[in-house]
Design a protein around this ligand. Structure first.
Ligand code: KMT
Ligand code: NI
Length: 177
């Protein structure tokens, strides 16, 4: 994992690094409710199972995002993952192979880019605005965990002003809107 401020001025493809050169720490991510672990030893699966048990994640599946796995809809999919959105549940991902970027908004609405590769696990809280993209290698394999039925419907920004999950997120993390 490596986190840094996203360079909005850089006109390159979304899959380029867009690295403004300002590092962010795991503590910075925790300020907006983003949790991170690295599980890359032989006991990685046990560690994931432990987090899943503690947080009541009952279900999981595996997704591969690549031109090989997705065929002609790959480019379209990559663009749709990159639309700024939130979910009414946590987004939990463990990277099994390859790499990619999760971008999250900080308290000042600045994009923080989080580079994730094999062994990285992340939880984005319900209500946080975020987006995802593959990187220039165009390949990521991830485990997706969820509590009951997946509530993955992305709600694109802006969501309704009375959205309960957004309001709860905003008040929990002292954001202004
Ligand atoms: C998401 O929520 O954007 C995805 O599931 C993308 C693939 S997971 C690396
Ligand atoms: Ni999402």
């Amino acid at each position: 994992m490596r986190a840094y401020v996203y360079d909005n001025q850089d006109p390159a493809d979304q899959r380029a690094p867009h690295d403004l050169g300002i590092e962010k720490t795991q503590a910075d991510l925790e300020k907006v409710g983003v949790l991170y672990w690295r599980f890359d030893g032989e006991d990685a699966l046990d560690k994931i199972d432990q987090v899943a048990k503690e947080r009541s994640y009952k279900n999981r599946d595996t997704i591969v995002v690549s031109p090989d796995a997705m065929g002609p809809i790959y480019e379209e999919k990559v663009k749709s993952f990159f639309a700024e959105h939130l979910h009414e549940d946590e987004e939990i991902r463990y990277i099994l192979d390859g790499s990619g970027y999760f971008d999250v908004r900080d308290q000042g609405d600045v994009w923080i880019r989080i580079y994730m590769d094999k062994g990285d696990m992340i939880i984005l809280p319900a209500g946080i605005y975020h987006r995802f993209t593959t990187d220039e290698n165009n390949y990521i394999k991830a485990m997706r965990l969820f509590k009951e039925e997946p509530k993955w419907t992305p709600l694109n920004r802006p969501v309704a002003s009375d959205n309960k999950y957004r309001s709860e997120y905003v008040s929990s993390y002292n954001l202004t809107s």
